[in-house]
Write a protein that binds this ligand. Structure first.
Ligand SMILES: Nc1nc(=O)c2c([nH]1)NC[C@@H]1CN(c3ccc(C(=O)N[C@@H](CCC(=O)O)C(=O)O)cc3)CN21
Ligand SMILES: CC(C)C(=O)C(=O)O
Ligand SMILES: [Mg+2]
Length: 264
């Protein structure tokens, strides 16, 4: 049976960790689906791992729709989420809705967009019109040039308070899920305790409702520099299938992320 947003909300309420991996094609989608990964994120990280670029900024809506169609064909159980690429959701709620259409038509069940309170109006516009939205705060890679690099976010009292307020604004706007990227574990824990929206952490410590990694990072396939929050699940695994199953198990039994994969 298909996992829905309701399933994920129930899991979060009951303390059953949610598993998410990025996915860009049908073969991996079927493999991840069979291994019990709850949600597949067609991430704009495909700019890095598929296209070989330094940032996610050049990823297009057409590329996202193509990869979403590939993943949707392979996923029978998992909830499919498509990232909205840079430039497709900043201008207005109306333009954002128009740009969400090809992603939903390609088979996404939800779209994800980066940003805090400034995106609340857009999140509300989409969710009230039938498009579920996943928020994404903390390290938002599309803002790398504004942030001055891929750096941990939410350090210090003022920045932490701002991030918590962003999370509350997105929940209030109707966000169905919230990705927390590269934030101190204590802050991610506080955010998760302060909102009903399930939180999915990447470099956000163990106390989120779920965990996500970039597939090519955790399979040791990405040739670039790996962030400290990545664990290679290929180490000791006899097959790709086994590595994915090890990720699911480690998230479910809360042995991932460990202290060495967490920002304090
Ligand atoms: N392959 C891949 N993996 C990712 O996790 C990822 C992408 N691509 N592309 C989009 C963004 C970029 N991401 C990144 C990239 C680098 C760091 C990084 O090097 N972080 C430092 C933290 C530095 C600090 O302490 O502030 C680290 O040591 O992990 C983090 C996230 C996450 N996303
Ligand atoms: C790392 C996740 C959260 C993401 O946004 C992506 O893969 O593009
Ligand atoms: Mg992304």
């Amino acid at each position: 049976m298909r996992i829905t947003l309701t399933t994920l909300q129930k899991m979060a309420r009951e303390g059953d960790p949610i598993t998410m991996l990025t996915c860009y094609d049908a073969s991996f989608a079927t493999l991840l689906d069979n291994a019990g990964v709850d949600t597949l994120l067609v991430g704009d990280s495909l700019g890095n791992v598929i296209k070989g670029e330094e940032t996610t900024l050049a990823v297009t809506l057409e590329e996202m729709a193509y990869h979403t169609r590939c993943v949707a064909r392979g996923a029978k159980r998992a909830l499919v989420i498509a990232d909205m690429p840079f430039g497709t959701f900043q201008v207005s709620p109306e333009k954002t809705f128009e740009n969400a259409v090809p992603l939903m038509a390609a088979g996404a069940h939800m779209v994800k967009l980066e940003g805090g309170r400034e995106m609340a109006e857009t999140v509300a516009f989409l969710t009230r019109r039938g498009v579920p939205v996943c928020g994404h705060i903390g390290l938002t890679p599309q803002s790398v040039h504004q942030l001055g690099g891929f750096k941990v976010q939410g350090r210090g009292e003022a920045q932490a308070a701002k991030l918590l307020d962003d999370a509350k604004a997105l929940e209030e706007a109707g966000a169905g899920l919230l990705v927390l990227e590269a934030v101190p574990a204590a802050l991610a824990k506080q955010v998760t305790a302060s909102i009903r929206t399930p939180t999915i952490g990447i470099g956000a410590g163990p106390d989120c409702s779920g965990q996500v990694l970039v597939l090519y990072d955790m399979l040791d396939l990405f040739p670039g520099r790996r962030p400290k929050f990545v664990r290679s699940f290929m180490r000791g695994a006899p097959s790709v299938q086994a590595a994915i199953e090890a990720f699911v198990k480690a998230v479910k039994d809360r042995t991932f992320p460990g202290p060495e994969e967490t920002f304090q």
